[in-house]
Design a binder for this molecule. Sequence first.
Ligand code: BGC
Ligand code: CA
Length: 336
Amino acid sequence: MKKVVLLALVAVLAVSVSFANGQQDDGKVVIGANIYNFADNFMNAAMKPVLESYAVEKGAEIQVVDSENQQAKLNDQVDVFITKGVDVLAINLVDPAAASTIIGKAKAAGIPLVLFNKEATEAGAMASYDKVWYVGTDSAESGMIQGQMMVADWKSNPDWDKNGDGKVQYVMLKGEPGHPDAEARTKYSVEAFKDAGIGVEQLALEADPNWSTQHGNDKMAAWLTSSFADKIELVICNNDAMGFGAINAMKAAGVRLPIYSVDALDQALTHIADGELDGTVLNDGANQAKATIDLAINAAMGKDVTAGTGWTLQTDGSKAVRVPYVAVTPENYQDF
Ligand code: BGC
Ligand code: CA
């Protein structure tokens, strides 16, 4: 008997929760969102605060949950959002190769979905649902810009070629394997040297699913005590957070090697001002967050996703809004 009463109560609660959160209640669009890992510097500092404040500014309600770098956890969180009756999902995949699971859930529930920051890597995933879009960047562009900065500085600093062989002996902090940003930056930054007719030699490359400062510190510290320590001429970091760690390790070892990263977080600008970082690339998290919210609200209201916004969707089948990257150097960092 008690059990029956309890079950009835749970049912009533479930209905009232869905009404409290759903658009049917007060006309507000309710966005169910996540960050793949709150411990990620870029996501936490550059994207999360803007997702939250801009959603409110636009009259929507948003809930942002932490997926703690576990795709299984995100799958459950999406189920909960759907059960609660959110109007639209704004999802930062943990695993870029797991998009179809999330897209399948949104499609089955008939809820629009905006993926952001980690682009789906499975072929056909984006085409499998008419109400899924992506907001991010052109990953290759960050590598190209970083590469162009490094080539220009390499050319104007002949002493950087420590062994005088005309080639760049570099170490690379890659970030998350399989992440389109990590993969493209790894490729295009180095390709810029080859395009400029400058040879390259990779001394070491380390990947890290967390893109973290700790990893950058540990790997750089190890490289600086390795057999090739004296050969290193350039440190390429695929994000700022790992670069911060590498800078710490160099300071601890009393070494200052040319070093470049991507993101342009506030701390990176400070490192540039202090002469500890040679360049970074603005990864415009604030505008990516705004585009995510704009598209989500429009989608929830059944409008054309870019209606009334300044965003443009790619026409190449990626269904993506791509926010441009910008080079940040010791000459222009004060503008950021
Ligand atoms: C950023 C990294 C971040 C990653 C998370 C990238 O675009 O540059 O700093 O860790 O996104 O997915
Ligand atoms: Ca050399």
